[in-house]
Design a protein around this ligand. Sequence first.
Ligand code: HEM
Ligand code: HEM
Length: 427
Amino acid sequence: MATGTSPKPASLTGFILHLHPRTVPADTIRFTLSFGLGGMSATLFLILLFTGILQLLSYSAAVDSAHQSIIEMYAAGSLAGFVRNIHHWAGNLLVIVCVLHLLRVYLTGAADRTRRLNWLIGICLLLLVLFANFTGYLLPWDQLAYWAVTIFTNMAGYVPLVGAWLSEVLRGGGEVGPTTLATFFAIHVGLVPSLMVILLIFHFWLIRKAGGLVRDQDLPLERISAMPALISREAAVGLGLTSLLLLFAALVDAPLADIANPGESPNPAKAAWYFLGLQELLLHLHPTFAICIIPLLMLALLALLPFITGTNLPPGIWCGGDNGWAHAAAAWGIGLGAAIPLIMLDDLVLKSADGPVRAVPWISRGLVPLAAIAAALWLVYRLLRRRRSSRPESVMILVMLIFGMLCGLTAAGVWLRGAGMALTLPL
Ligand code: HEM
Ligand code: HEM
């Protein structure tokens, strides 16, 4: 006769419950703490895995058949086109949701001592999401894909010392061609998703190890059962997002241009939207600064943010409390608003009057603007500190200013650049 409790049969509910602790602090399941953005990223990733695997049934990764295989996905009676739409929109949405998740983590003071390893893992995840989108972008082998990848791999060529090697490795040769498509396909369906799965397991484990989400330590600790309180909320966010995505994918087809033609570049030839901020920067600054020094500096600062003493916002409270959120929103708005006039000033006035240092472009278009931006940010910081803003709040305002500028550069690249990359009005 069996003694003790017999093991329960495995079930989906059991698996989901095992991903969570038995109880969670009641205040951490408040929707307005996380806005469910981590859960949304996880949902989108699962959708991408599922629709990606389904697409393997109809997609062909060879230059003479890739474009045709996509056209055939939209044949009457086939669901493959709908699956492609879902995959395309989910991939693009994941970039936005991931960036918003990063912002919420920072603005609720969750990039603290106990969670900074997870912050670094998160940054690797964001880079992988961008890389997955970038490699996926080439697969339809249309004019958009071919030229966006040509432009990006050209941009990589500007990295000092290793640039030529880097763009050749990315292309698998001198030009974007059959080897590039085969390499991107292997990286897209094999390497990137595998790395993401490994990092995500680590990401979730570290959240549990930190005792759940960040919380305001001044609130009384009341623990409630994760089932149903947390799980039902997660299900609502996941199912709500999935329904909206399916609806959108049913109404709006993913773009598909004519088959790639290496002999005829579209005008304007643009990178994918998430790299348009970089492409815009390249129109103003020396390539080494636009493609290498400034992005690496920003990435390093972002990664190191939780390691710089005195920059962490109070835990579990948005933007440090009081009017913090209004200051953060204003800083973002000013950054966004300042980017467009600065772009116009450079295009319409400064480019034609670089002055005596014009002969040395890495000074006039590199060191000088970088020093001017750094000095302006330092001045803003000193001013805020003098007006008795705390150190974490002053740093937050700088972060939001820079983020606003990045959004402004991207918006200008998407809407304000026309033929020959000249400034135009959006139609
Ligand atoms: C595919 C990408 C990602 C997925 C699927 C993901 C998933 C999640 C989930 C489900 C949570 C818990 C719930 C929530 O906070 O909403 C979480 C928390 C967290 N994530 Fe992510 N994440 C991703 C990217 C990132 C990025 C880009 C960062 C930052 C650089 C990041 C940093 C963190 C941190 C520090 C926490 C703990 C927050 C806290 O304790 O309050 N994650 N993530
Ligand atoms: C984070 C994960 C992923 C992201 C962000 C992503 C993103 C993308 C994007 C943006 C495209 C281009 C879609 C288009 O405009 O046509 C694409 C294409 C494709 N992806 Fe993914 N993907 C991911 C994971 C996967 C996985 C796991 C697979 C398969 C195992 C996969 C298979 C494919 C295939 C076959 C295509 C070519 C068909 C097409 O262009 O629609 N993807 N992906």
